[in-house]
Design a protein around this ligand. Structure first.
Ligand SMILES: CC(C)(COP(=O)(O)OP(=O)(O)OC[C@H]1O[C@@H](n2cnc3c(N)ncnc32)[C@H](O)[C@@H]1OP(=O)(O)O)[C@@H](O)C(=O)NCCC(=O)NCCS
Length: 180
């Protein structure tokens, strides 16, 4: 899928493959300390990336590439099911997580590409795939820090609702979106 961003760049979306690991490592290392702090499903070196995908078949990566230079400008992870260590917390909000219908989502967009609609299109692209797989709900990976206002706004604009709040290095929200 190819889209044109708000600043008129062509960006395309696809699944991550093993051939992308060098490019992905480069993308991760150039993120600002602030963005790095907010995106934490795995460490940022190539060994960790490769381990993350090769040892867990439930993890899938998605990337957005700048069509003019070919570099990665956004990266998101989908884990089929929910994170076991988040299960009790999600249930305490009255939510019943389900490994067969839920997925867990962690997005990131390169600093200079944020606020241009890439996060929106990335989610649209992923949702189309998830629907064909019969998945019905998207849960945030480890929630979102409440002080990360851009991300909270992004999730609310894209149809996520707040399930509850919890403390982990400060206040966070659990959020979920129903698709389909
Ligand atoms: C959160 C994130 C993935 C959103 O992606 P994005 O491409 O910036 O989002 P979009 O351009 O689709 O923006 C949608 C809305 O989110 C808000 N938003 C998100 N990031 C923004 C930014 N950096 N600047 C301005 N608005 C932003 C705005 O409300 C925007 O809507 P609007 O343009 O109609 O006002 C991205 O900002 C990011 O990677 N942040 C750092 C890492 C992070 O926080 N990941 C999530 C951890 S839970």
């Amino acid at each position: 899928m190819i889209i044109t961003t708000k600043n008129k760049n062509a960006v395309s979306f696809r699944r991550l493959t093993g051939a992308d690991y060098d490019k992905l490592t480069h993308y991760l290392l150039q993120l600002s300390p602030e963005t790095k702090n907010r995106f934490g499903p795995h460490p940022f070196d190539k060994t960790a990336v490769s381990h993350f995908y090769q040892t867990n078949p439930y993890n899938t990566g998605y990337i957005a590439e700048d069509d003019s230079g070919g570099s990665i400008v956004a990266y998101a992870i989908i884990r089929l099911g929910y994170l076991e260590h988040d299960g009790d917390r999600l249930r305490s909000s009255g939510f019943v997580p389900d490994h067969f219908t839920d997925v867990t989502y962690a997005p990131s967009v390169a600093d200079h590409w944020q606020g241009l609609g890439i996060g929106y299109h990335l989610l649209q692209f992923i949702e189309e795939e998830l629907k064909t797989m019969g998945r019905q709900r998207i849960i945030l990976w480890g929630g979102v820090q409440q002080e990360n206002e851009n991300a909270v706004r992004y999730y609310l604009k894209n149809g996520f609702i707040i399930l509850g709040a919890f403390e982990y290095n400060g206040p966070n929200y659990d959020m979920v979106k129903t698709i389909g």
